[in-house]
Design a protein around this ligand. Structure first.
Ligand code: ES4
Ligand code: ZN
Length: 326
């Protein structure tokens, strides 16, 4: 296979990245040792071998277990900084990462510990690497509305460093409207909203993310293709979809990359974007996701550039930063 160095050189933007999903096995082991946490794996190789998933839940079980090594502010700094240095290597100029506070507060790690580590690294990323960023806090949808409200309350002290809220974790059985009232409160606080929808769940969940949660972007959204009316609506309104190709094949949303619908949607005028989701678990960061599309679907340079332009259009960066990136 060709090296596709041009795809690494291409300046890129990432809009769908879970910081906890960027925890590489090497850092997981180092933090386990530093914090005296027991891991159910003997080696980095054994961890990587465990990363075979047949669906979203399979992955989530391992992902939440991995996060147990994150305890101190410095751990969250190191996690975020490692991701940003990877972005620098791959010419990613702007990022809008997600974090899952409930994964940590439910283990007794303070909200401020998580947030302070992350924002200090994002600030260094801006100052030392020139990577601009906006931070998005996600609610875990398998937990209750009440717990989401409690999490939103903790975020109220940090509205200057959180641009929006999102919704992630187990999709099926947890429709967007379960969080309509929490999202309404978030919007009242001036936060933007996004939500995972139409990853494993039906196209109907994309409609309710748009109509009930009033999202600015839909995360994944690939199952929108099952609903022709929805597809036209997405194209007409330029509603962005943050698509994650390697995630979708790793979690068996598509059996093979050659079956992925991202380029079909691009040609239909939908504002699709390329993102890495949980790169430490799914086999690659931004460049690898673009390369996978080049290998399986013959992604052209024109298409690659359109995908990045879509990301700039869909981003929460200010107009000046957007203009700089175009
Ligand atoms: C996730 Cl791929 C995916 N889907 C839903 N929730 C998530 N959290 C982390 N990765
Ligand atoms: Zn995701």
């Amino acid at each position: 296979k060709a090296s596709h160095e041009w795809l690494n050189q291409l300046p890129k933007v990432e809009l769908h990245l879970h910081l906890e999903g960027s925890l590489e096995p090497e850092l997981m082991f180092a933090l386990a040792q530093r914090n005296n946490v027991e891991l159910p794996f003997k080696s980095v190789e054994e961890v990587r071998a465990a990363y075979e998933f047949s669906n979203l839940q399979d992955f989530l079980d391992i992902y939440y277990q991995g996060a147990n090594v994150l305890i101190h502010e410095q751990d969250f700094y190191d996690l975020t900084w490692a991701y940003l240095t990877k972005c620098k290597e791959q010419n990613v100029m702007h990022v809008e990462p997600f974090f899952d506070p409930q994964t940590h507060t439910d283990r007794g790690v303070a909200f401020r510990t998580v947030l302070n580590g992350i924002i200090r690294a994002l600030k260094d990323g801006q100052e030392k690497l020139g990577i601009s960023s906006e931070l998005i806090m996600c609610f875990l949808r398998h937990l209750s509305e009440e717990e989401a409200f409690e999490t939103l309350e903790m975020a109220e002290a940090y509205l200057d460093v959180i641009i929006g809220v999102g919704l992630d974790s187990s999709e099926q059985g947890h429709p967007p409207e379960k969080f309509s009232r929490v999202f309404a409160k978030a919007r009242e606080l001036g936060l933007k909203t996004v939500a995972h929808a139409g990853e494993e769940g039906p196209a109907e969940y994309v409609w309710t993310a748009i109509n009930d949660l009033k999202v600015s972007r839909v995360d994944h959204g690939v199952r929108s293709i099952d609903d022709a009316k929805l597809m036209s609506h997405l194209a007409e309104t330029r509603m962005p979809l943050t698509v994650c190709p390697l995630s979708n094949t790793k979690l068996c949303v598509f059996d093979d990359m050659s079956e992925h619908n991202i380029l079909t949607m691009l040609e239909d005028g939908v504002c699709v974007t390329v993102n890495s989701d949980d790169p430490a678990y799914f086999g690659g960061y931004m460049t690898e996701n673009f390369v996978a599309l080049a290998d399986a679907l013959n992604l052209t340079e024109t298409q690659a550039v359109s995908l990045v332009k879509n990301s700039i259009e869909a981003s929460f960066a200010n107009e000046q930063r957007k203009a700089e990136m175009l």
